[in-house]
Design a protein around this ligand. Structure first.
Ligand code: 5AD
Ligand code: SF4
Length: 458
């Protein structure tokens, strides 16, 4: 009987990518995929450390898994538990102390060594591997099979950059993911070509600071993200490109211009601002002012009118007054975001802001978050409502909710349901006819661009 693994991922897109790559590594070791933890011989939790709530979730899950491990042991089945991801990196050996059911701990830059770690577990060890070896992981990852790529659908994340040197004063990423590194262009192109050959139509280039990308090109010189995107757009079969997450200060002229001249680059940009108050932005070490952000938005909109902008916000950063918060509401209203993620400030051990004296009371943070979210939600609905009546292209992702329906994404990353027939992976022009709370409705207008025929050998 083949062994089975269940990989559960929390947090950001980088973790989604890493979880898929861990599945590839374990598939090469003979593990099939389990439908749930209860039927898995190996459970991998790919964890997130960005806020306290995310990190604490891991420990409650580990409590549940320990009980499951005991139950399975009573029935004669062994279960191994591995903690991976950013909690693994940040807490290392401490996890073994707090959660005795855990067999191994592996950080986000060393999971290519999972097979060795599992062999150490078989020898009775409880290995902890939280090295931060630059780029080594990418050279050691097995190529995923075409079948496993196909199972991922028509849209895939591709890590092009990792880590961060910005050191925003609230953020754990520079500590958990390490220094900023960019993968070489050739390696990224080869991976994108494999994705395209397996039927993937949309690639989202990901990195904690993706627009700081400066990987070495085939000419031996550093390439910018804009140049990389142009190269990826030339790969046959790739219809759409996106990238995330970007820092406002790394939004170079060529990247802004790419939104004007690169048709495959979708008109959607996630550009976290965090706060609209200059005082708080300075305390956050963001290194730009609110007006710099507004001007940047103007430049981007001049290059790509109608682009959907999304952002991240933190409310209740230490020292944030009602006036500072008002600046955040004002900036959000002035920009008019199509989508947004907003969070209460969470003090993270080891970050400079965690030691500040003027922490904002929980009740104030809760109340400000509710006000901000109400405003952001109204903006999101307004953006969606404004697309009704327009004709846009949908990338078909899966069957829709009802028979005869298809579901896909608009260029603006909106979920769209429509009646019609087309294969998964086709690009279908539709007219948006209506707008629900979480998805839009549409009817095809004709002129489908079919998905390219797959190479039978892929
Ligand atoms: N508290 C709250 N939110 C945080 N983020 C990062 N660190 C913290 C923190 N300590 C948010 C930021 C970032 C997003 C991924 O998570 O808004 O852009
Ligand atoms: Fe964290 Fe700031 Fe780096 Fe983003 S830019 S990962 S918020 S330190």
């Amino acid at each position: 009987m083949t062994k089975k693994v269940f990989v559960r991922s929390y947090g950001c897109q980088m973790n989604v990518y890493d979880a898929a790559r861990m599945s590839d590594i374990l598939a090469a070791e003979g593990y099939g995929e389990a439908a749930g933890a209860d039927e898995a011989d190996l459970v991998v939790l790919n964890t997130c450390h960005i806020r306290e709530k995310a990190a604490e979730k891991v420990y409650s899950e580990l409590g549940r898994l320990r009980r499951l491990k005991d139950e399975r042991a009573a029935a004669g089945h062994e279960t191994r538990i591995v903690v991976a991801g950013c909690v693994a990196q940040a807490e290392g050996r401490e996890i073994l102390r707090r959660a005795p059911g855990v067999d191994a701990v592996v950080g986000p830059q060393s999971y290519h060594r999972l097979p060795e770690l599992l062999r150490a577990v078989e020898r009775g060890d409880k290995p902890v591997d939280t090295d931060l070896p630059e780029l080594a992981k990418f050279d050691h990852l097995p190529e995923p099979s075409a079948a496993s790529l196909r199972a991922r659908g028509v849209s895939a994340f591709l890590t092009v950059q990792e880590g961060c040197d910005k050191f925003c004063s609230f953020c754990v990423v520079p500590y958990t993911r390490g220094a900023e590194i960019s993968r070489p262009v050739d390696a990224i192109v080869a991976e994108a070509e494999r994705l395209a050959a397996a039927g993937i139509r949309e690639i989202t280039a990901i990195g904690q600071n993706v627009n700081a990308y400066h990987g070495s090109g085939p000419d031996g010189r550093p390439w910018s993200l804009a140049r990389l995107l142009e190269r990826l757009a030339a790969i046959p079969g790739i219809a759409r490109l996106r990238y995330t997450t970007s820092h406002p200060n790394d939004m170079g002229d060529d990247l802004v211009a790419a939104h004007r001249h690169l048709p495959a680059l979708m008109p959607y940009l996630h550009l976290p601002v965090q706060s609209g108050s200059d005082r708080i932005l300075a305390a956050m070490n963001r290194r730009h002012r609110a007006d710099d952000y507004r001007r940047l938005v103007d430049r981007i909109r001049a290059a790509r009118p109608g682009i959907a902008l999304s952002s991240d916000f933190i409310v209740g950063f230490p020292g944030e007054t009602e006036a500072d918060f008002g600046e955040t509401l004002r900036l959000a209203a002035a920009v008019g975001f199509a989508a947004a993620f907003s969070f209460k400030y969470s003090a993270r051990p080891g970050t400079p802001a965690a030691d500040k004296a003027d922490q904002v009371p929980e009740a104030v943070r809760t109340e400000r978050l509710a006000r901000l979210q109400e405003q952001l939600e109204a903006d999101r609905r307004r953006f969606n409502a404004a697309t009704v009546g327009r004709t846009v292209e949908i990338l078909v992702e899966k069957p829709g909710r009802h028979p005869g329906q298809l579901a896909g994404k608009s260029p603006y990353l909106q979920a769209v349901q429509f009646d019609g027939q087309a294969e998964i992976g086709a690009v279908v022009p539709v007219r948006i006819t209506g707008c629900g709370p979480n998805s839009l409705f549409a009817e095809p207008t004709g002129g489908v661009r079919p998905a390219p025929a797959l190479d039978a050998a892929a």
